[in-house]
Design a protein around this ligand. Sequence first.
Ligand code: HEC
Ligand code: HEC
Ligand code: HEC
Ligand code: HEC
Ligand code: HEC
Length: 489
Amino acid sequence: MKANCYNPHTPYGLCLVSLTYLRLVLCLLLLCSLPVMAQSSNGINKWQFPHKPDVQASQPSNLPFYPSRAQTGNRPLTPDMFEDPAICQGCHPVIYQQWKGSNMANSWDDPIYKSLFKRASKATNGEIDNFCMACHSPIGMTSMKLTGADIDSERHIPGVTCDVCHNISAITGHDNAAYVLTPDKNKPTKLGPHADAASPYHQTAYSDLHTRSEICATCHNVTHPFNSTPIERTYDEWQESVYNEQGIQCQDCHMTPGPGTNNNPGKSAVMGKERKHVYSHDFSGGNSTLHEYFGAKESAELARAMLRSAAKMEFIDLPKTVTKGDTVTIKVKVTNIGAGHKLPTGFPEGREVWVDFKATSSNMQVYRSGEVIDGHTEKNTRNFKVWLGDANGNVVDLNVWEVDRVLADTRIPPKGFAIVDYTFVVPDNAGEHLTLNATLNYWPFSQHLIDELLGKGKLKVDIVEMTTASALITIAPASQQHTLITTTH
Ligand code: HEC
Ligand code: HEC
Ligand code: HEC
Ligand code: HEC
Ligand code: HEC
């Protein structure tokens, strides 16, 4: 119908032939404008219906590593321009240890990444290779001429190493690896936060960029390279938050010894200056599963601490007493108190936070929602998650290259909250009390997805308990009225 309305071949004269026909045309025109009106009065959710700029189908001339936005200042790079982190270890031992346990150090060796990358590369005939590699191995992509086939290669391919971040001299945007990587072999210069840093081994230069979230933005905003769908938006979520207004950067939460500790006096190098705060390099987020896989116990513990600092959960508007036979509704409020972006953020196909709620009475289960069944959270679990869809609106749970739209997003914004509720009947055989227990859980991937990617039994997902809430409600016997009604029956 829409196409007909704007059909340029409709001869205008014809429309005026009779009044009836005119009415019909007017009706059609009105019908056609309806969807447009509905959209503008809807308060469009830009996360779900982003503005999609026209995407260039072919490689733009200024992007040597298309479809990623990475650049190298118009100079070809070679692997020997980047130093091995083991060299830095000698003088920066603490930073090295912290970084080594981080998921960014393992961003290429990550088995979950490898498995998905292989699928993506195959499905797109290698067209997407540069895209994934630009963030998961910037050195590999810019200097080692890697292709999708290198995922099984025996040679060592670095992840996000020291010399990646400390050689980023500029950015040209806020997503898709829009960094400018400019190592200088003749005069190795480490860009960092101090104007007065002096090292016997390398040059140093002050970089304002390194003190701001924008350096993280380049990799922590992922946009579909061919249709512009916002896939990961950690930076944008932060950018719109009160944390940005208050000047609290990614570094202030992810480069400290742990949540709540933001001063860490000491030296960053054995022969360095005494500093009021040394930025640590653990970069812990939530993925304790991957830390455990790589044997990084301390990083895993830190990731769990981050998760525990992120949320508060409480029962609200609880009834003091409930009556046997009654239908009750229990409300749970979950607040994002600690994450500087949505809770959860990051890799959209996996990250899930959910409430496991149980109501019991005299050791009898009255109600349960949020159990893990067959590697999934059960149907109707109250969860905080984003669902991506393909061009036909079907959920995409693995083939991220097929993503065309965001179907739904229930994640909790920074400092925001969500209220979920449960409705059930208090059974006649209940005891004197109703015990309510809620646990807020996180996993980076469902066990089902991991089994699908890596094979069954290969990796056990670590479910992290973020916080819990409990309450006790008195159960009154069935009410007089209720009894009366039943006796008259
Ligand atoms: C021989 C010792 C030594 C080695 C090896 C070394 N550094 Fe340094 N580095 C230092 C010292 C000393 C400082 C100054 C620390 C200070 O003043 O707080 C420093 C400072 C830095 C800074 C901060 C610069 C700034 O402007 O704020 C960065 C970044 C850095 N080093 C990165 C690296 C990387 C990456 C490597 C390995 C490729 C490395 N360093 C190897 C000794 C070393
Ligand atoms: C060159 C790209 C790149 C840059 C720049 C970058 N990151 Fe990352 N980061 C990654 C990739 C890729 C991963 C995922 C690794 C994996 O799990 O396979 C990651 C993972 C992380 C994680 C771990 C998440 C988890 O679930 O455990 C945190 C936290 C993090 N980055 C914080 C930062 C911060 C803070 C900055 C800025 C100071 C930053 N990153 C800059 C690419 C980058
Ligand atoms: C994901 C990017 C990233 C990686 C990887 C990374 N750094 Fe850094 N590093 C930063 C940023 C950003 C800062 C500055 C933080 C700030 O001032 O807000 C920094 C600060 C530093 C400093 C100065 C610390 C201080 O507070 O005085 C040194 C030294 C340093 N890094 C060395 C290293 C070494 C050595 C490695 C590898 C073992 C490494 N970095 C890996 C991003 C990174
Ligand atoms: C106010 C503190 C704070 C700020 C600011 C902050 N984060 Fe986080 N971040 C957290 C906490 C707490 C978690 C753990 C809860 C979670 O997973 O969301 C986390 C988790 C993450 C994760 C893991 C996501 C997941 O669910 O697996 C990534 C990646 C990350 N942050 C990156 C960033 C980047 C990039 C920035 C800046 C644009 C940033 N963070 C700013 C506190 C912060
Ligand atoms: C713009 C940078 C960027 C690009 C491009 C990118 N990623 Fe990532 N990827 C990340 C970051 C950052 C994370 C970590 C987010 C988090 O912790 O939640 C991540 C996480 C992942 C994870 C989850 C890893 C884990 O262990 O939980 C997989 C799998 C993954 N990426 C695969 C891919 C594939 C396949 C491609 C190409 C189709 C790709 N990525 C392209 C930045 C990128």
